[in-house]
Design a protein around this ligand. Structure first.
Ligand SMILES: [Zn+2]
Ligand SMILES: [Zn+2]
Ligand SMILES: [Zn+2]
Length: 785
């Protein structure tokens, strides 16, 4: 029987090779009709045998291109009209925007083959792409996704490219960034103004600005010589140098003013990744998939990557080449480069540079050369960072190739703008059943980052057609994101403004991601968040749902001598821990030898309550212990002391897999119905071990184990009181995989159902989603009243 059907497909279906796929599928099944992109999604009309039409509808989901995400699919049967062929129609724009934008896609196998083919007209062309791969979000200005609305507008296609673009049977049919060496973007190598300090000798390329292949060869040449090159990529600039060359890495660290924070590296191929790191099956899939994030891997002892790439850390952040330009850097004649440091090209606390001129203005003191290209980056996007935990990817930084894919919600919500936190900021906009979380913006401390933030909010509102009725923000009065929210409220008094507690937002972010409803025990461990009582929170046990929370347990409040300075200087926190555990009679350990002279000053501050706010922060507890053990006294980047403490403990657990590490004794008090975790017993245990010269890695392991045990114990007591058997874990401390693993094991042994975050970072990058959903719940209740 013949029939006709109108099919609407919504989701990430534009710019991912979806229409050509639809075309092929229709042809294969002998169906007639058409397909077109609209601002309301992809619309298809097919006509033919009823069974085949049904099959077509089903196969759309089964065989879709990998980067495509179908969020909604609808079919309506109609009367046959006697179509005689299948066509791809011009895009149409409608008032209501329902389209999702594709993230950027790493170069595909077909393009890679052409790139390496001597006889292909795009042989070694750094901007080769097709409908299955290439830039998307980073070049898009508005919808529908068509070339004039991208930064490719300025390049007009040559006749051959235009023919490919118009030919429905080709892989480049409507590939919006389609280009070739004749008509597309090109690269250029420029000497940095300030690199004159070093003699360049008789280098061939030093006098002029080579372009094209010559620029590429010169870049590789300089990198091999130990030079630093700022390379313009997909979502911004990278600073690159040979990762196996310690002198080059050290030079980069000095010039960037970044003494210890780990650098990400890019390696030639998966084999090279395995030479330097242990790579599991899941990690290999993640490294070589279409998103190609930075994957955190365990470094091999025999790796030739310089130790300066990730000092005091047994992990390396590794990614594979994801643009044709990256491939070309590694494919030059032997001996070719095998691993490059590829760290964000930015000044500290500022956004990654995307513009050639701005990069010259701001970064010139760092690289010796700039490798530019002239395809503009419209939406800035850092590399995403992912790690595999128990076989699943966990996002630590959600940006390139993940954004702007939406998170699907369980029910419709109001249009909301949630402003996020201060560190690792992202914001979140909601519409119907979707939450659009921005790319990683960074730390909102600098006016340039704030500018970037405000601009990105405007762009997201426009791209997704959202005008928020509610604005949610952190309770902290001084966060720039809070001030931004207050400003909006001033300008638009009709908007409903809802402040949200930081740790509640962490837990709800975890609940939303895992589709959990009802009350849970929320364990929120992080560095610093503003508490409802005005103190600093960060070691919290909540009973929470999406609308409300009760603080039912906490780490004991301790003074944070010097406030923000104690965050930068964990040794101050160590003094606070010692005072809490021993009073003024602090026993003699190495720590005292290092800091003895300064300790009386800190003691005075604590005693007289001078600039020593109270904090119940688990992150600071880790910091203080890290310093007590002599691992890290001063943070040169956020989380350093805690990360190095984890690294130390993991060294032990990986060398002695079956080692049963003991706990320290601990104590949980109950004050006015709230469980208070006392750090004193643990600190006394640690000091005793230090005096007995127990190895630091053993102490670090025992500490991790004790914290895990405390989580189990407090959860059991809360369950006893409330009957709640579900536990949600969130907050930056849960980036600590060792701790997360220990806690999950202990909780599940006791019958708890546990939830943690994978798609959304557990750190403050995940706060905005939680804020949005809480604001939606609170608004619902307000309206009901
Ligand atoms: Zn391709
Ligand atoms: Zn061309
Ligand atoms: Zn937090």
């Amino acid at each position: 029987m013949q029939t006709r059907a109108k099919i609407t497909v919504k989701g990430i279906v534009q710019g991912v090779g979806f229409r050509p796929f639809v075309h092929r599928l229709a042809k294969e099944l002998g169906l007639k009709g058409w397909v077109k992109n609209t601002t309301a999604g992809v619309v298809i009309e097919v006509e033919g045998d009823k069974g085949k039409v049904r099959k077509f509808y089903d196969e759309l989901t089964v065989r879709k291109p990998a980067p495509a995400q179908i969020k909604e699919k609808q079919i309506v049967y109609e009367v046959p009209r006697g179509s005689r062929f299948f066509a791809i129609k011009e895009s149409t724009s409608q008032q209501k925007k329902e389209v999702f934008i594709s993230p950027d896609i790493a170069i595909c196998h077909d393009c890679l083959k052409e790139l390496e083919d001597n006889f292909d007209r795009r042989h070694y062309y750094p901007f080769i792409n097709c409908t299955n791969c290439g830039p998307r979000f980073t070049i898009i200005k508005d919808l529908p996704y068509d070339r004039p609305l991208t930064t490719m507008k300025k390049f007009s296609m040559c006749p051959i490219c235009r023919k490919e673009y118009k030919d429905i049977s080709r892989r480049r049919y409507h590939a919006e960034p389609n280009a070739c060496p004749q008509c597309g973007p090109e690269i250029e190598l420029i000497k940095s103004r300030k690199s004159g300090r070093e003699s360049l000798g008789t280098l061939r390329y030093s006098e002029h600005f080579p372009k094209g292949l010559e620029a590429l060869e010169a870049t590789v040449h300089f990198l091999k010589k130990g030079k630093i090159v700022a390379i313009k990529g997909l979502g911004g600039f990278h600073l690159a140098c040979d990762a196996t060359n310690g002198v080059a890495v050290e030079k980069l660290r000095k010039r960037k003013g970044r003494p210890y924070k780990p650098f990400a590296i890019m390696v030639r191929d998966i084999e090279t990744a395995k030479e330097h790191c242990l790579v599991s099956q899941e990690e290999e899939e993640l490294l070589s998939g279409w998103q190609k994030p930075v994957v955190l891997l365990k470094k091999r002892e025999d790796s030739k990557i310089s130790d300066l790439v990730a000092p005091h850390n047994n992990c390396l952040g590794v990614m594979l080449p994801y643009t044709p330009l990256h491939y070309l850097l590694f494919s030059s004649v032997s001996p070719s480069l095998s691993a490059l440091v590829m760290t964000s090209g930015n000044l500290s606390d500022q956004p990654i540079e995307i513009d050639n001129q701005e990069a010259i203005n701001n970064l010139s003191h760092i690289p010796d050369y700039f490798l530019f290209h002239n395809r503009d980056i419209y939406n800035r996007c850092d590399d995403s960072i992912v790690e595999i935990f128990r076989g699943d990817p966990i996002l630590i930084r959600r940006a390139r190739s993940y954004v702007p894919s939406p998170i699907e919600l369980d029910s419709k919500v109001e249009p909301i703008l949630a402003c996020g936190a201060e560190l690792k900021n992202t914001f979140c906009l909601t519409k119907d059943k979707y939450a659009f979380i921005s790319q990683y913006i960074g730390d909102l401390k600098d006016y340039k980052t704030l500018e970037y933030y405000e601009e990105t909010v405007r762009r997201f509102e426009k791209l997704f057609g959202i005008s928020p009725k509610i604005i949610a923000h952190d309770l902290h009065p001084d966060y720039l994101s809070t001030r931004y929210a207050l400003n909006i409220k001033r300008r638009k008094p009709d908007i409903m403004r809802i402040p949200v507690q930081h740790h509640h937002a962490h837990i709800v972010s975890c609940l939303v991601e895992n589709s959990v409803s009802g009350k849970v025990i929320g364990v929120a461990f992080d560095g610093i968040g503003y508490g409802s009582d005005g103190n600093i929170w960060g070691g919290e046990f909540l009973v929470a749902d999406c609308g409300d929370f009760q603080r039912i347990g906490q780490l004991k409040y301790l003074p944070l001598p010097g406030g923000d300075r104690a965050v930068e200087q964990p040794w101050r926190m160590a003094v606070s821990l010692l005072v809490d555990a021993f009073g003024k009679r602090i026993p003699c350990i190495d720590f005292i030898n290092r800091w003895g002279k300064k300790i009386p000053i800190i003691l005075g501050m604590i005693e007289k309550k001078i600039n020593s706010p109270l904090a119940s922060s688990m992150g600071r507890f880790f910091d203080g212990v890290s310093s007590l053990l002599g691992i890290c006294d001063v943070n040169t980047y956020e989380g350093q002391a805690a990360m190095e403490l984890e690294s130390m403990a993991r060294d032990l657990s990986s060398s002695f897999r079956n080692l049963r590490v003991q706990n320290y004794r601990y104590e949980i008090q109950e004050e006015r119905g709230r469980f208070i975790v006392e750090p004193g017993w643990i600190v006394r245990g640690i000091v005793e071990d230090l005096q007995r010269r127990v190895p630091v890695s053993v102490i670090a392991s025992k500490f991790h184990n004790s914290i895990a045990d405390i989580v189990k114990e407090v959860s059991l007591r809360i369950k006893e009181r409330t009957g709640i058997g579900k536990v949600a874990l969130s907050g930056g401390v849960f980036q600590n995989r060792l701790l997360l693993g220990l806690i999950l094991r202990k909780l599940t042994e006791r019958g708890f159902i546990c939830y943690y975050q994978k798609k959304i970072p557990p750190n403050d990058g995940g706060i905005s989603l939680g804020q949005a959903i809480i604001a939606n719940e609170i608004a619902k209740r307000k309206i009901k009243r």
